[in-house]
Ligand binder design. Structure first.
Ligand SMILES: Cc1cc2nc3c(=O)[nH]c(=O)nc-3n(C[C@H](O)[C@H](O)[C@H](O)COP(=O)(O)OP(=O)(O)OC[C@H]3O[C@@H](n4cnc5c(N)ncnc54)[C@H](O)[C@@H]3O)c2cc1C
Ligand code: FES
Length: 284
Protein backbone atom coordinates (compact mmCIF):
# COMPACT_ATOMS: atom_id res chain seq x y z
CA UNK A 1 0.00 0.00 0.00
CA UNK A 2 1.38 3.44 -0.91
CA UNK A 3 0.13 6.95 -0.43
CA UNK A 4 -0.63 7.00 -4.17
CA UNK A 5 -2.96 4.01 -4.07
CA UNK A 6 -6.67 4.73 -4.10
CA UNK A 7 -8.85 2.09 -2.43
CA UNK A 8 -12.52 1.94 -3.36
CA UNK A 9 -14.79 1.60 -0.35
CA UNK A 10 -18.52 1.57 0.24
CA UNK A 11 -20.05 4.26 2.42
CA UNK A 12 -21.54 2.22 5.29
CA UNK A 13 -23.37 4.86 7.22
CA UNK A 14 -24.11 8.59 7.06
CA UNK A 15 -24.85 10.76 10.11
CA UNK A 16 -26.43 14.23 9.80
CA UNK A 17 -24.42 16.28 12.33
CA UNK A 18 -25.99 19.70 11.71
CA UNK A 19 -27.53 21.76 8.91
CA UNK A 20 -24.41 21.70 6.68
CA UNK A 21 -22.23 18.91 8.14
CA UNK A 22 -22.43 15.14 7.66
CA UNK A 23 -20.26 12.27 8.90
CA UNK A 24 -19.49 9.44 6.47
CA UNK A 25 -18.36 6.05 7.82
CA UNK A 26 -16.57 3.39 5.75
CA UNK A 27 -14.53 0.29 6.54
CA UNK A 28 -10.85 0.03 5.61
CA UNK A 29 -10.06 -3.32 7.27
CA UNK A 30 -12.29 -5.21 4.82
CA UNK A 31 -10.18 -3.74 1.98
CA UNK A 32 -6.68 -4.07 3.48
CA UNK A 33 -7.00 -7.36 5.35
CA UNK A 34 -3.71 -8.16 7.06
CA UNK A 35 -2.02 -5.09 5.52
CA UNK A 36 -4.39 -2.87 7.49
CA UNK A 37 -2.69 0.08 9.23
CA UNK A 38 -4.41 1.70 12.20
CA UNK A 39 -4.50 5.48 11.61
CA UNK A 40 -3.51 8.07 14.21
CA UNK A 41 -5.49 11.13 15.37
CA UNK A 42 -4.79 14.20 13.24
CA UNK A 43 -4.07 12.21 10.07
CA UNK A 44 -6.13 12.82 6.94
CA UNK A 45 -7.24 10.95 3.85
CA UNK A 46 -7.66 12.06 0.24
CA UNK A 47 -11.27 11.30 -0.68
CA UNK A 48 -12.15 10.79 -4.33
CA UNK A 49 -15.73 11.25 -5.45
CA UNK A 50 -15.91 9.65 -8.92
CA UNK A 51 -16.45 12.22 -11.65
CA UNK A 52 -16.03 15.15 -9.28
CA UNK A 53 -12.71 15.66 -7.45
CA UNK A 54 -10.33 14.34 -4.80
CA UNK A 55 -10.03 16.40 -1.61
CA UNK A 56 -8.39 16.14 1.86
CA UNK A 57 -10.49 15.23 4.90
CA UNK A 58 -9.29 14.65 8.46
CA UNK A 59 -10.31 11.45 10.19
CA UNK A 60 -12.90 12.33 12.81
CA UNK A 61 -12.93 8.81 14.25
CA UNK A 62 -11.80 5.21 13.81
CA UNK A 63 -12.47 2.06 15.76
CA UNK A 64 -10.88 -1.35 16.34
CA UNK A 65 -13.03 -2.88 13.58
CA UNK A 66 -11.45 -0.68 10.89
CA UNK A 67 -14.40 1.73 10.58
CA UNK A 68 -13.12 5.20 9.75
CA UNK A 69 -15.16 8.44 9.80
CA UNK A 70 -14.83 11.76 8.04
CA UNK A 71 -16.97 14.75 8.96
CA UNK A 72 -17.68 16.93 5.95
CA UNK A 73 -18.81 20.55 5.82
CA UNK A 74 -20.61 21.36 2.57
CA UNK A 75 -18.77 24.36 1.11
CA UNK A 76 -18.28 23.64 -2.59
CA UNK A 77 -18.40 21.21 -5.49
CA UNK A 78 -16.83 18.10 -4.00
CA UNK A 79 -18.12 18.46 -0.43
CA UNK A 80 -21.60 19.01 -1.91
CA UNK A 81 -21.21 15.79 -3.93
CA UNK A 82 -20.23 14.02 -0.67
CA UNK A 83 -23.39 15.33 0.97
CA UNK A 84 -25.41 13.80 -1.88
CA UNK A 85 -23.92 10.32 -1.32
CA UNK A 86 -26.12 7.52 0.02
CA UNK A 87 -25.15 4.42 2.02
CA UNK A 88 -23.60 1.78 -0.31
CA UNK A 89 -22.27 4.43 -2.75
CA UNK A 90 -18.57 4.09 -3.52
CA UNK A 91 -15.79 6.58 -2.80
CA UNK A 92 -12.00 6.33 -3.21
CA UNK A 93 -9.70 6.66 -0.19
CA UNK A 94 -5.95 7.31 -0.10
CA UNK A 95 -4.28 7.26 3.28
CA UNK A 96 -3.90 7.66 6.19
CA UNK A 97 -1.65 10.60 5.23
CA UNK A 98 0.41 13.20 7.08
CA UNK A 99 1.64 13.37 10.65
CA UNK A 100 -0.48 13.17 13.78
CA UNK A 101 -1.13 14.68 17.20
CA UNK A 102 1.51 13.32 19.57
CA UNK A 103 -0.12 12.38 22.85
CA UNK A 104 2.16 12.94 25.82
CA UNK A 105 1.09 10.16 28.14
CA UNK A 106 1.60 12.37 31.18
CA UNK A 107 -1.19 12.54 33.73
CA UNK A 108 0.18 15.90 34.96
CA UNK A 109 -0.41 17.65 31.62
CA UNK A 110 -3.26 20.16 31.52
CA UNK A 111 -4.62 19.33 28.08
CA UNK A 112 -6.85 21.59 25.98
CA UNK A 113 -8.45 20.66 22.66
CA UNK A 114 -9.55 23.87 20.94
CA UNK A 115 -11.61 23.57 17.76
CA UNK A 116 -13.24 26.20 15.61
CA UNK A 117 -16.05 25.16 13.24
CA UNK A 118 -15.27 22.00 11.27
CA UNK A 119 -11.78 22.08 12.87
CA UNK A 120 -13.26 20.13 15.77
CA UNK A 121 -13.29 17.00 13.51
CA UNK A 122 -9.67 15.81 14.01
CA UNK A 123 -9.89 16.81 17.69
CA UNK A 124 -12.88 14.48 18.09
CA UNK A 125 -10.55 11.71 16.90
CA UNK A 126 -7.88 12.84 19.37
CA UNK A 127 -10.43 12.93 22.21
CA UNK A 128 -11.08 9.21 21.69
CA UNK A 129 -7.37 8.40 22.16
CA UNK A 130 -7.14 10.57 25.28
CA UNK A 131 -10.20 8.81 26.70
CA UNK A 132 -8.73 5.38 25.85
CA UNK A 133 -5.54 6.44 27.67
CA UNK A 134 -7.57 7.74 30.65
CA UNK A 135 -6.07 11.22 30.26
CA UNK A 136 -8.28 14.07 31.48
CA UNK A 137 -8.67 17.01 29.15
CA UNK A 138 -10.61 20.21 28.48
CA UNK A 139 -12.46 21.16 25.31
CA UNK A 140 -13.18 24.61 23.91
CA UNK A 141 -15.40 24.46 20.85
CA UNK A 142 -16.26 27.63 18.98
CA UNK A 143 -18.69 28.34 16.15
CA UNK A 144 -20.29 31.33 14.51
CA UNK A 145 -23.80 30.25 15.62
CA UNK A 146 -25.38 27.58 17.83
CA UNK A 147 -26.04 25.30 14.81
CA UNK A 148 -22.29 25.12 14.04
CA UNK A 149 -21.41 23.28 17.25
CA UNK A 150 -20.67 19.62 16.53
CA UNK A 151 -20.59 16.41 18.63
CA UNK A 152 -22.06 18.21 21.66
CA UNK A 153 -24.14 15.18 22.79
CA UNK A 154 -21.12 12.94 22.52
CA UNK A 155 -18.82 15.31 24.42
CA UNK A 156 -21.46 16.02 27.09
CA UNK A 157 -21.87 12.27 27.70
CA UNK A 158 -18.13 11.97 28.54
CA UNK A 159 -18.09 14.61 31.27
CA UNK A 160 -16.53 12.10 33.72
CA UNK A 161 -13.21 12.18 31.80
CA UNK A 162 -13.53 15.57 30.07
CA UNK A 163 -12.70 17.98 32.91
CA UNK A 164 -14.36 21.00 31.36
CA UNK A 165 -16.29 21.68 28.14
CA UNK A 166 -16.73 25.26 27.02
CA UNK A 167 -18.90 26.07 24.02
CA UNK A 168 -18.73 29.55 22.54
CA UNK A 169 -20.45 31.27 19.63
CA UNK A 170 -19.77 34.59 17.96
CA UNK A 171 -23.45 35.63 18.16
CA UNK A 172 -23.95 34.31 21.71
CA UNK A 173 -26.72 31.89 20.58
CA UNK A 174 -25.05 29.08 22.55
CA UNK A 175 -22.52 28.98 25.38
CA UNK A 176 -20.24 31.94 26.02
CA UNK A 177 -20.46 34.81 23.55
CA UNK A 178 -17.12 35.40 21.89
CA UNK A 179 -14.17 33.84 20.08
CA UNK A 180 -12.54 30.61 21.24
CA UNK A 181 -9.17 32.41 21.57
CA UNK A 182 -10.64 35.09 23.87
CA UNK A 183 -12.42 32.49 26.00
CA UNK A 184 -9.19 30.48 26.23
CA UNK A 185 -7.18 33.48 27.41
CA UNK A 186 -9.65 33.87 30.30
CA UNK A 187 -9.02 30.20 31.12
CA UNK A 188 -5.24 30.70 31.10
CA UNK A 189 -5.52 33.41 33.73
CA UNK A 190 -6.62 30.68 36.19
CA UNK A 191 -3.18 29.09 36.14
CA UNK A 192 0.03 29.91 38.02
CA UNK A 193 3.30 30.17 36.04
CA UNK A 194 4.20 26.68 37.26
CA UNK A 195 0.88 25.26 36.04
CA UNK A 196 1.22 27.01 32.66
CA UNK A 197 4.34 24.89 32.02
CA UNK A 198 2.04 21.84 32.09
CA UNK A 199 -0.52 23.24 29.62
CA UNK A 200 -0.59 21.42 26.26
CA UNK A 201 -2.90 22.74 23.54
CA UNK A 202 -4.03 20.88 20.42
CA UNK A 203 -5.83 23.14 17.99
CA UNK A 204 -7.62 23.06 14.64
CA UNK A 205 -9.85 25.61 12.96
CA UNK A 206 -9.73 28.86 11.00
CA UNK A 207 -6.12 29.98 10.64
CA UNK A 208 -6.68 33.37 12.25
CA UNK A 209 -7.98 31.56 15.35
CA UNK A 210 -4.90 29.29 15.31
CA UNK A 211 -2.68 32.33 15.00
CA UNK A 212 -4.32 34.09 17.96
CA UNK A 213 -3.83 30.99 20.14
CA UNK A 214 -0.25 30.64 18.88
CA UNK A 215 0.39 34.22 20.09
CA UNK A 216 -1.03 33.20 23.49
CA UNK A 217 1.39 30.24 23.55
CA UNK A 218 4.28 32.68 23.10
CA UNK A 219 2.89 35.08 25.73
CA UNK A 220 2.07 32.46 28.39
CA UNK A 221 4.74 29.93 27.31
CA UNK A 222 2.80 26.68 26.92
CA UNK A 223 3.13 23.75 24.51
CA UNK A 224 1.10 24.24 21.33
CA UNK A 225 0.21 22.10 18.30
CA UNK A 226 -1.91 23.35 15.38
CA UNK A 227 -3.33 21.48 12.41
CA UNK A 228 -3.09 23.66 9.30
CA UNK A 229 -5.24 23.58 6.16
CA UNK A 230 -4.03 24.40 2.69
CA UNK A 231 -5.28 23.66 -0.81
CA UNK A 232 -4.04 20.19 -1.78
CA UNK A 233 -3.80 18.49 -5.12
CA UNK A 234 -1.61 15.39 -4.62
CA UNK A 235 -1.71 15.07 -0.81
CA UNK A 236 1.64 13.27 -0.85
CA UNK A 237 4.45 15.78 -1.47
CA UNK A 238 4.54 15.84 -5.29
CA UNK A 239 2.86 19.05 -6.48
CA UNK A 240 4.08 21.65 -3.94
CA UNK A 241 0.70 23.41 -3.75
CA UNK A 242 0.57 23.16 0.06
CA UNK A 243 4.10 24.53 0.67
CA UNK A 244 4.73 27.04 3.43
CA UNK A 245 7.24 29.89 3.10
CA UNK A 246 10.06 30.34 3.87
CA UNK A 247 10.94 26.79 4.97
CA UNK A 248 9.17 25.03 2.10
CA UNK A 249 7.45 22.69 4.53
CA UNK A 250 4.55 20.79 2.98
CA UNK A 251 1.28 20.64 4.91
CA UNK A 252 0.47 17.24 3.34
CA UNK A 253 3.83 15.64 4.14
CA UNK A 254 5.49 17.53 7.02
CA UNK A 255 2.09 18.39 8.55
CA UNK A 256 -0.76 18.98 8.82
CA UNK A 257 0.30 19.36 12.47
CA UNK A 258 3.08 21.75 13.42
CA UNK A 259 4.45 22.62 16.84
CA UNK A 260 4.98 26.08 18.26
CA UNK A 261 8.67 26.27 17.41
CA UNK A 262 8.10 25.40 13.74
CA UNK A 263 5.07 27.72 13.47
CA UNK A 264 7.20 30.59 14.77
CA UNK A 265 9.43 30.21 11.67
CA UNK A 266 6.62 29.98 9.08
CA UNK A 267 5.93 33.49 7.78
CA UNK A 268 2.85 32.24 5.84
CA UNK A 269 1.22 31.11 9.09
CA UNK A 270 -1.66 33.47 9.87
CA UNK A 271 -0.87 35.56 6.77
CA UNK A 272 -1.06 33.73 3.42
CA UNK A 273 -2.48 30.62 1.78
CA UNK A 274 -2.33 29.58 -1.89
CA UNK A 275 -5.21 29.28 -4.34
CA UNK A 276 -5.46 26.40 -6.85
CA UNK A 277 -2.98 28.14 -9.20
CA UNK A 278 -0.40 28.44 -6.42
CA UNK A 279 -0.84 32.21 -6.15
CA UNK A 280 -0.60 33.54 -2.59
CA UNK A 281 -3.68 35.15 -1.09
CA UNK A 282 -3.92 36.98 2.20
CA UNK A 283 -6.09 35.65 5.07
CA UNK A 284 -7.27 39.13 6.03
C1 LIG B 1 -5.43 18.36 5.96
C2 LIG B 1 -6.83 18.85 5.68
C3 LIG B 1 -7.88 18.32 6.41
C4 LIG B 1 -9.19 18.75 6.18
N1 LIG B 1 -10.20 18.20 6.91
C5 LIG B 1 -11.49 18.57 6.68
C6 LIG B 1 -12.54 17.97 7.42
O1 LIG B 1 -12.33 17.12 8.31
N2 LIG B 1 -13.81 18.35 7.11
C7 LIG B 1 -14.09 19.29 6.15
O2 LIG B 1 -15.27 19.57 5.90
N3 LIG B 1 -13.09 19.89 5.46
C8 LIG B 1 -11.80 19.54 5.70
N4 LIG B 1 -10.79 20.13 4.97
C9 LIG B 1 -11.13 21.18 3.97
C10 LIG B 1 -11.64 20.51 2.71
O3 LIG B 1 -10.61 19.77 2.10
C11 LIG B 1 -12.14 21.59 1.75
O4 LIG B 1 -13.29 22.18 2.32
C12 LIG B 1 -12.51 20.96 0.42
O5 LIG B 1 -11.34 20.62 -0.27
C13 LIG B 1 -13.36 21.88 -0.41
O6 LIG B 1 -13.66 21.21 -1.62
P1 LIG B 1 -14.93 21.61 -2.50
O7 LIG B 1 -14.73 21.00 -3.86
O8 LIG B 1 -16.19 21.26 -1.80
O9 LIG B 1 -14.84 23.18 -2.56
P2 LIG B 1 -14.37 24.08 -3.80
O10 LIG B 1 -15.54 24.14 -4.74
O11 LIG B 1 -13.06 23.60 -4.31
O12 LIG B 1 -14.12 25.45 -3.06
C14 LIG B 1 -15.14 26.16 -2.33
C15 LIG B 1 -14.46 27.29 -1.57
O13 LIG B 1 -13.64 26.76 -0.52
C16 LIG B 1 -12.28 27.17 -0.65
N5 LIG B 1 -11.40 26.00 -0.32
C17 LIG B 1 -11.37 24.84 -0.98
N6 LIG B 1 -10.47 24.00 -0.43
C18 LIG B 1 -9.92 24.64 0.61
C19 LIG B 1 -8.90 24.32 1.57
N7 LIG B 1 -8.25 23.15 1.58
N8 LIG B 1 -8.59 25.25 2.48
C20 LIG B 1 -9.21 26.43 2.49
N9 LIG B 1 -10.17 26.81 1.62
C21 LIG B 1 -10.53 25.94 0.68
C22 LIG B 1 -12.15 27.58 -2.12
O14 LIG B 1 -11.19 28.61 -2.26
C23 LIG B 1 -13.53 28.13 -2.44
O15 LIG B 1 -13.66 29.46 -2.00
C24 LIG B 1 -9.47 19.74 5.19
C25 LIG B 1 -8.40 20.29 4.47
C26 LIG B 1 -7.11 19.86 4.72
C27 LIG B 1 -5.98 20.46 3.94
S1 FES C 1 -0.66 18.73 -1.87
FE1 FES C 1 0.85 18.34 -3.33
S2 FES C 1 2.68 18.68 -2.19
FE2 FES C 1 1.12 18.86 -0.70
Amino acid sequence: MTENTIFTVKVKKIINECYNVKTLIFNMKEIHGKNYITPKPGQFVMVWVPGVDEIPMSLSNFDGEGNWSITVKNIGECTNAMHNLEPNDYIGIRGPLGNFFKVLNDKLSIIYLIGGGIGIAPLKCLSKILIDNKLNFNIIEGGKIHGDLLYTDDFNSKIDIISNIIYCTEDGSSGTKGLASTVFEQELKKYSNKELKRVVVYCCGPELMLYEIFKLSEKYDFEFYASLERMMRCGCGLCGLCSLDPLGLLVCKDGPIFNRETLSKIIDFGSYKRDYTGRKISFS
